[in-house]
Design a binder for this molecule. Structure first.
Ligand code: PEP
Ligand code: MN
Length: 350
C-alpha cells in the first residue's frame, strides 16, 4: 500500500513541520492569544482539542462545537492551518463544515476499529489531511489497521503521530516511547509523514526538548507540541504544556541532521557493541544448551520443571551481583526473568 507524503496547503515539508497549540481550546481569548504568539514565532499549524476524550468522566471534556468559530478566527486572522481531534462521524461533519484544515485521530479512538471505520466512512470523498495517533496500547498492527481503514476509504493524505504507549508503571515517561514501533511503521510505509508528540510521551515540560531531539535523530518529519499561553492554568494536561516562547526556543535549539554525521566518530564504539552483542548471543545459546541438559535430567527423574526456590535464588542472586556492577535493578530483573522464562519454555518442550 502506497502512502505519499502528507500535503498541507501552504505548509512546506521542511523538517521539522511544527504543529503547536493548546491541549484544549478553553476560551476564545485563550485560543486567540496562544495562536497570536505562536504565529509571531513562525508556527504555521495550530492545534487545539475541542472534543476531549478524557480517561475518566469529570475531567475537562472540551468546549465542543462552540470552539469551532474560534479556530476559524485563528485561520482568518493569522493565516495558520488549524487542526483538531475527531472521534465520531458527527465530529468529522462539524469539523469539515467549519473549514478545519487538518484532522487528527486520538490514541483512544485509533485503538477502536469500529470508531476508525466510522470516521473513515464519513471522510469518503474528501482529501483533508488526517493524522493518526498510535493506539494507546503498543500494538503496531492496530495502528496499521487504523491507517488502512482510511486508505481503503480513499483517504490517502494520511500521516501519523507517535504519542507513546500507556503502561501501568509510570516512571520517567507518561507514555512509553517504545521507539522501535514507529521505526517499524516507517519501514512498512517508507514515505509516510511521521510526527512525534513529545508532550504526551513525556507528560512533563522538561522532557519536551529532549524527546523532540530524539525524534529528529530518528528522522521524524514533524512535531506536534502542546503549547498554551498560560500553561499552569490549563484545564487539561497542564504539566506538559509549554509557553509559545519556550516552544520557539526548543525548536531553535534542535539539531536537525539529514544524514547522521556522527556515525564516523562512533564507528569504533559501535564495533565494540557489535562484538559484545555477539558474545551475549553466544552465551545465551550456551545457557540454552545447558538448560536443555537439565531439562532432560528432570524429565528422566520425574522432577517438575518449575522450582520456585531456584527461581527466587536465581533472581535475587543475579540482581545483587548486577547491582554490584552498577547495573540497574529493574533492568537485571527484567532480563533475568526473560532468560528464565526461556529456560522454562525449553524444558517444557522436551
Ligand atoms: C491530545 O492530543 O490532546 C490528546 C488527547 O492526545 P492522545 O490522543 O494522544 O491522548
Ligand atoms: Mn493533551
Amino acid at each position: 500500500m502506497e502512502i505519499d507524503k502528507l500535503a498541507i496547503p501552504n505548509v512546506s515539508n521542511d523538517r521539522p513541520i511544527v504543529i503547536a497549540g493548546p491541549c484544549s481550546a478553553e476560551s476564545r481569548e485563550q485560543v486567540l492569544k496562544t495562536a497570536e504568539e505562536l504565529h509571531r514565532y513562525g508556527v504555521k499549524i495550530f492545534r487545539a482539542g475541542i472534543w476531549k476524550p478524557r480517561t475518566k468522566p469529570g475531567g475537562f471534556e472540551g468546549m465542543g462545537s462552540v470552539a469551532l468559530p474560534w479556530l476559524k478566527e485563528v485561520k482568518e486572522k493569522f493565516g495558520m492551518a488549524v487542526a483538531t481531534e475527531v472521534a465520531t462521524r458527527d465530529h468529522v461533519f462539524e469539523a469539515v463544515k467549519a473549514g478545519i484544515d487538518i484532522l487528527w485521530i486520538g490514541a483512544r479512538t485509533a485503538a477502536n476499529p469500529f470508531a476508525m471505520q466510522e470516521i473513515a466512512d464519513s471522510l469518503r470523498g474528501t482529501n483533508i489531511p488526517v493524522l493518526v495517533k498510535n493506539p494507546v496500547n503498543p500494538d503496531l498492527e492496530l495502528w496499521c489497521g487504523a491507517i488502512e481503514r482510511l486508505v481503503n476509504a480513499g483517504i490517502t493524505n494520511v500521516g501519523v503521530i507517535h504519542r507513546g504507549f500507556s503502561t501501568y508503571d509510570k516512571k520517567l515517561y507518561r507514555n512509553l516511547p517504545i521507539w522501535h514501533i514507529p521505526i517499524e511503521l516507517r519501514r512498512r510505509y517508507p514515505n509516510i509523514t511521521m510526527f512525534c508528540d513529545p508532550s504526551h510521551i513525556g507528560g512533563k515540560r522538561e522532557l519536551v526538548a529532549p524527546i523532540c531531539q530524539q525524534a529528529m535523530e530518528l528522522k521524524f518529519d514533524g512535531l506536534m507540541i502542546e503549547s498554551h499561553c498560560n500553561p499552569d492554568e490549563a484545564l487539561s494536561d497542564a504539566a506538559q504544556q509549554i509557553t509559545p516562547s519556550v516552544l520557539d526556543f526548543t525548536i531553535k535549539m534542535l539539531v536537525v541532521r539529514d544524514n547522521i554525521q556522527t556515525t564516523e566518530n562512533i564507528s569504533v564504539l559501535r564495533q565494540q557493541i557489535d562484538e559484545v552483542d555477539d558474545q551475549l548471543l553466544a552465551l545465551l545459546a550456551k545457557r540454552g544448551r545447558i538448560s536443555r541438559e537439565i531439562g532432560l535430567y528432570k524429565k528422566e527423574h520425574k522432577m517438575p520443571v518449575l522450582q520456585t526456590g531456584r527461581y527466587h535464588e536465581i533472581l535475587e542472586e543475579r540482581v545483587r551481583k548486577g547491582e554490584q556492577l552498577d547495573l540497574d535493578r529493574e533492568f537485571i530483573l527484567a532480563i533475568m526473568k526473560s532468560i528464565h522464562e526461556e529456560s522454562v519454555r525449553i524444558q517444557l518442550s522436551l
